[in-house]
Design a protein around this ligand. Sequence first.
Ligand code: MN
Length: 438
Amino acid sequence: MVPVVLKGVITRVYGRDVFSCMLHDGIRAHEFSSREFFQAGESVRAQCESEGGKLVAGKVEKVPDLYPEVEERLMGAAKLQPAGKFDKTAEMLAPALERIARKIYAAQGLGRHTVVKFHGDADGISSALIFRKFLRANYAQQNGAIYSASEAMRDVERMGQQFRPLLVLLDFGSGEDSAQGLRIARSAGIEIISLDHHPPHQSSVPSFALRANPWDVVPEGGDGSRYPAGFVCSLLAPMFGAEAGGLEKLACAGDRSEIMPLSEEDRKRALVLDFVATYSGFGQGIDFYSEVLSKPELFGTILLQAESRLEEADAQLRAALKFKKTPKADIYWFNLDNISEKREFPNRGKISGRVFEIVGGNRPIVAIGVSKRTIIFRMNDLAVANGLRADSIIGAMKSSFSDFVENGGGHARAAALRITEGFEAAAVEEIIKMIERN
Ligand SMILES: [Mn+2]
């Protein structure tokens, strides 16, 4: 019998009476059996003897927390390939992506409990489909752009007891209104990673998460939102030897990004994902989406449905459009309540984005969709290039009209505002004035 001393973090325990324990020392994982029970996450020093190739622990003692050094060692030793290349922004994102990649590499090695939450639209779903190629985790859909306090409480309940829980947020959670939720999750010991292209508010992701966000690297006055979350994920994948395989284009098509050329097929695939996402409940996993994309018959049937719904909505939108020409952009506004139905495809955001297709033209355009208690903004790149930003307008509305503006957020080209019922028309009037004066 050969004595062996193991020192590290217990990552997994199973069995009864005699327990099989996995221990990681930062270099490799070891398995030993023990009569004593330990919790995953505990740091121990185990004196083992090798019996027939198996390690059996005699004396096991708890030692001060070794997790930080074990993780550090694993992160340092991560075998990673270079991040994806595209342009200057991608290049500048590489250091942030590398930190995330090392964290994920170590998490996988240590068997940490990992949950990936993705925004329920084509960009968020593409992001998750890319992640799924290199990260084993639980995937769950997020219907909405906010990581709310109540959701965080549910996550704490579900994940809090697990070994070093890790939460990955794709394409949402960067805004000020997610700060509360992130704070709760973080203080319950859930570690957070964010890949997003919504402007990171100082009180939110930057305070609580490891992040990769184009806003952190674009020059002053630039537009980080142009690079969808799926694109950011496509830069990370090669570090693990995986490939986005065109999913980044699907993300661009879904978020109307013009950073790369897109085919009609990319647009169709994004449309189908958006359609399916509308009918998928909260907590929906990722498998069904990849099934839809890979089964031509299912894909075709859904595409037909989605296209005909979209055509219908387009016709109604055309009839509802109101127009005003201003120095910086052409403004189109319309009542959404007669066009979109709750929880049906196309949703209000999607319809608002259709304005660009419908009115066409290579000019700066602002689309404003009005519905009960909500105003939705969409701007094209030319409007943003002219100095108009949806999130700035929303910020100005929030501070100038706090009596009827309740909430709001978003990014340069897409944002939404929540207002007191009955003040919708007044709010639109003020917004148009604001754009005129800009
Ligand atoms: Mn997005």
